[in-house]
Structures are given as C-alpha cells and as structure tokens.
Design a protein around this ligand. Structure first.
Ligand SMILES: [Zn+2]
Length: 522
C-alpha cells in the first residue's frame, strides 16, 4: 500500500476530520513553521532545534530547518520568522488564584515596585486618580485597587482614610491588601458598606454559594464560562475539600481530569495552615515575633486537628484523584506526612499525584520524605524577593535563607514546580524565574545562595515539571511531536542572558493550540 492510499484510508476512517494535508502523509504539511531564533524544547534528548512545525494545533515536528522545511512546508504553510527571539513551551502556572484574579481585572494595580506604582501613599492616590480620570468613572461608582503592601511604605507612614477622602470625596474607594485579607477604605466606602466604629470584626471567612443551593458558586461559574467558549487558555480547577461532596454531586469523578471547553477538574485542594508572613503558618518552633494577636511562644496552628487532616487526605486518596495540599510551615509539612502515613499505610511510596503547594519552610531533613512518599513540592521563590525581610524578622536568618529549597530538592531527584500564587504575587513568569535563579530580596540581600538553581532548571519548574504536576506531561510542557502547540515567544533567551537580566525579558507572544492569543503591542 502506498502512502497516498493509506492517507486516503486514514482520512476516511477519521470521518473527514483529517484535512486534505494528509495527502503528504507521513510527513504532513505544516500550518506553521517557526524558525529564525532559538527554540528551547525542554526535552533533554534534543534540547534545542532550528525549526518547529505545527499542524492542527499540535506540534508536527522539530529539528533542523532544512529538514523541517523540506518535509513539512507546503504552499499554504506560514513560515514565522522569530527574528532572533526565543521560542519555548508555554508557561504553566503550578498554582494561582484564577478565580480571584478575574475580580481584579477591572481594578487598579497598586503593587509595590517593580510590579506596580505603590511605593508610598501619594503614588497610590495618584494612580487611583489617573484611573478615575482616564476611565471617566462617574460619581458614586466604586473604585477598587489591589496589591497594597504596607511593608514598603516609607517611615511606616501607611495609606489611610484621609489620604483617600481628599482625592475621592464622591467615590467609594477600596484599596485591597496584597495578602488578599484586608483593605483600606475611604469614608464613602465605609458609608456604602455600613461599617462604623460599632461594627464587630466578623469571625472567619465566608463561602459564596449559588442562591438556593449548596453548590459552590465558583466552580459553577467557571463551568458556565467554559460552556460559553470563554477560555482562551486551559484552566485546571482544584475544588476545596470542604466543597468536595457538593462538587461530586454535580461532577462525578469519572469526568475529572478531562478538559471540557478548556476547563478540567484536576483534583482536590486541602489547606492545612496559613501564611508565614501573616504568622499563621504552623511551625515546630515559635515565631520570634509572637503571634498576630500578640500571643507568646506562638507556633501558628493547623487549620484543622490532625485527625481531621488525616481523614481529609484519606478521602482524596480513596477517590484516587490528585491532591494539592497547602502547607507552609515545617510543622504543617510534618502534619501532612503524618496524615499520609495514616492514609497510605502499607503502601507509602505509591505515586498518588500529591503536590505540596508552597512547601516554603521545608526542613532539610523533610526533603527525603518528599522523595520517599513521591510528593512533588511546588515552591514559591517569589518570596525570596517580596517577603524575605518579613521572614527574617519572624523566623530568623537560618530558616529564611532556606525558604523554597529548590537546589536541594532537585539534587535529591525531585521535580519541583514554581508558582506565582497570583494575585498574592504578580503574574510575571520571567520575574518568577529570576527569583529562582538569583534569590535576591527587595532590599537587595541574597537569600540562600546555596539554593539557587540554573535558568534551565527554573524553566523546567514552569514547563515540563508543571505539566507533570497537573498530569499533562504527555501533551504539554516540552516541544515534542504530538504535544500541543502551546508556545511562548520571549524577546531574549533566558539561557543566554546574564542571570540578573532574566527579569527584564519580555513575553513577546503566546500561542495556544497553534493560535496566537497575545502579541506584544498588537
Ligand atoms: Zn495560593
């Protein structure tokens, strides 16, 4: 049988899904060929190539330019000249707050530099005024900002109500704190939400539910958006353990792990402690600065008793779905290992697709347990820049220097990922890479030079390792034939610039399934 006949047969079996391009089977004519710049594959067997061919949203071939063009270039193939830019697999965020990030899309960014203009109260007010005037916000309409960080305000002079009142007598203004757990408001906002000196502090948090049901509003809305074709990239949802019963009712586990209109349920999230900068992460040794309420000998607390953590972990293991477990302090990390030893008794080393989100204050001796129990740490190296000074104050130098120990994890054979946690930290992937490679704080101090990793290792943590974490390394994370054409074009090659220059690399273009979704300046 010759190839033409075979191609016709395949086209017929495929019910017409195969295009006329299949005539050149087995080569296939590409829709696109990228060439003319560095192409970094993240596939160790073929680390860099000259050209990459795309067909029907997937990578058709990679290799030498001559061979790729010879075999895959047809009359309709578009050849994209990278003009010296660098092509890489699309970046995958190992953990961020997608749903919350939607709410800040229409808000003012007042992050502290370099992520935003919020270096002092005056700059924040100026940015809010600029936003109001540019968008012609009418009187009475709420203006919201996100990313306020009081830690960087000069001389401890914080943003206050009076600053906002002067500039905004007629608009309620709410400036959200970078932790996502607080805000500064003006008088109009306090009036609008009826907050007075008599208002009691509300206990705990609130879960917003779909009216009249117990269904978590967030996942249902995400699914509605997906059905309407609202997603231009893939989104993976990890519903909270507290919502598990309701989620399972509406979404049987048989449908998990599969994309439906670019949305998939990836597994379950369990949170067992808080944040180290908020002094709510759980440690085995006390904070140097006491508790958030002035408590002495404060070590933080587990979010639930150990027995409850054990049961929650077992429930996820019994379902057989991936687990994303939030733990920051070494005490919380121990508590997870205890839960694992209880829930996975008799078979401690089976890969259950467990990712520990943050794992920031991992102790050196805990790394062996990550290896033994096949738990992937998803580290958070952005803290070496944004929160290092707070960690030194709260936890002392030795522990602060060892946050997100990428080097030791990789050297022990783990495949750690790195995440932005957006919008606790800015969604800036090249800056995240810079922090993993350089580990330099906002104040300019080196934070654990011995835990620095190479740019290639840093890229792995946001491509192939992140794909593996989400169980998608067969279709994403590296540039190999058959994988999705999810790509990013950077203006410079992170493997070639000086480590300190990585933060200045700009994303030029992003491509999902072979289609451009973002182009700088376009
Ligand atoms: Zn988070």
């Amino acid at each position: 049988m010759n190839y033409q006949v075979l191609a016709a047969l395949v086209a017929w079996i495929g019910g017409g899904l195969m295009s006329a391009h299949a005539a050149s089977f087995p080569g296939g004519t590409a829709d696109l060929i990228y060439t003319g710049g560095d192409i970094v594959t993240m596939n160790d067997k073929q680390a860099s190539v000259e050209a990459l061919a795309v067909k029907d949203g997937k990578i058709l071939a990679v290799g030498e330019r001559k061979a790729i063009e010879g075999q895959h270039k047809g009359a309709k193939t578009k050849v994209v000249d990278l003009r010296g830019k660098t092509l890489l697999p699309g970046f995958i965020d190992a953990h961020s707050h997608y749903y919350s990030s939607l709410s800040v899309a229409n808000q003012v960014n007042v992050y502290a530099p370099p992520a935003g203009p919020g270096k002092d109260p005056a700059s924040i007010v100026a940015e809010l005024v600029k936003f109001r005037d540019k968008n012609k916000i009418p009187k009475g309409t709420v203006i919201q900002a996100y990313g306020y960080d009081e830690n960087v305000m000069p001389n401890g002079r914080l943003l206050n109500r009076d600053d906002l009142d002067k500039a905004f007598p007629h608009n309620p203004v709410l400036v959200g704190h970078v932790s996502m757990h607080g805000a500064v408001m003006n008088s109009a906002a306090l009036r609008k939400w009826n907050i007075t000196a008599e208002t009691k502090t509300p206990p705990g948090g609130v879960i917003v539910r779909k009216p009249g049901t117990s269904e978590p509003y967030g996942l249902a809305l995400m699914q509605r958006a997906a059905k309407g074709g609202g997603y231009i990239i893939d989104v993976i949802a990890y519903p909270f353990i507290t919502e598990l019963e309701a989620v399972l009712k509406a979404n049987p586990v048989s449908g998990w792990g599969k994309y439906d209109n670019r949305l998939k349920i990836g597994g379950v999230k369990i949170t067992i402690d808080g944040s180290p900068q908020g002094r709510t992460a759980f440690f085995t040794k006390p904070y140097l600065t006491g508790g958030p309420g002035g408590e002495k000998d404060w070590k933080g607390e587990l979010a639930a008793p150990q027995e409850t953590v054990n049961k929650a972990v077992k429930a996820v293991y019994d379902l057989g779905v991936p687990l994303n477990l939030h733990a920051n302090g070494d005490g919380a990390i121990d508590a997870f290992f205890t839960a694992h030893e209880s829930a996975a008794a008799g078979d401690l080393s089976r890969d259950r697709h467990v990712t520990m989100i943050h794992a920031q204050f991992t102790r050196k001796d805990q790394i062996d347990k990550f290896v033994q129990y096949k738990v992937t740490p998803s580290f958070y190296t952005l803290h070496t820049f944004y929160f290092a000074e707070a960690h030194i104050n709260n936890r002392g130098r030795e522990q602060a220097m060892y946050i997100s120990p990428m080097r030791d994890a990789i050297d022990k054979g783990l495949k750690p990922t790195n995440h932005t946690d957006f919008y606790v930290a800015p969604l800036d992937q090249t800056f995240m890479l810079w922090t993993a490679v350089n580990r330099i704080s906002r104040g300019g101090a080196v934070i654990g030079a011995d835990q620095r990793i190479t740019a290639l290792e840093g890229l792995r943590a946001m491509t192939i390792n992140a794909a593996r974490q989400h169980r998608e390394d067969d279709s994403k994370g590296s540039l190999e034939p058959g994988k999705r054409a999810d790509l990013v074009i950077l203006d410079k090659n992170p493997l070639k610039v000086k480590p300190m220059a990585i933060k200045d690399i700009k994303v030029f273009e992003t491509i999902k399934d072979g289609k451009t979704v973002y182009k700088r300046g376009a």
